[in-house]
Design a protein. Structure first.
Length: 74
């Protein structure tokens, strides 16, 4: 069995404030480079967005964020 990489182990350790280090948030693309999540009242900038409409998720691991687009029709 392979050991879990240190970066993943670190990200899974609970923080003192109880805030998660790993999150996955569903978002709507509202414009070029902008997304809107469930708790947002307007779009916010996000790297990695190439289209101007659609849906996806923002994965956050230890403060690093990545946009993951959904396939068309999902």
């Amino acid at each position: 069995m392979t050991d879990i990489p240190a970066a993943i182990r670190e990200a899974l350790i609970p923080t003192p404030c109880g805030c998660p280090k790993v999150t996955l948030e569903r978002v709507e693309v509202t414009g070029a480079g902008m997304v809107k999540g469930v708790t947002d009242t307007e779009g916010r900038p996000e790297d990695g967005i190439t289209g101007t409409s659609g849906y996806g998720s923002v994965l956050t691991v230890g403060g690093q964020r990545i946009f993951i687009p959904y396939a068309t029709g999902v």
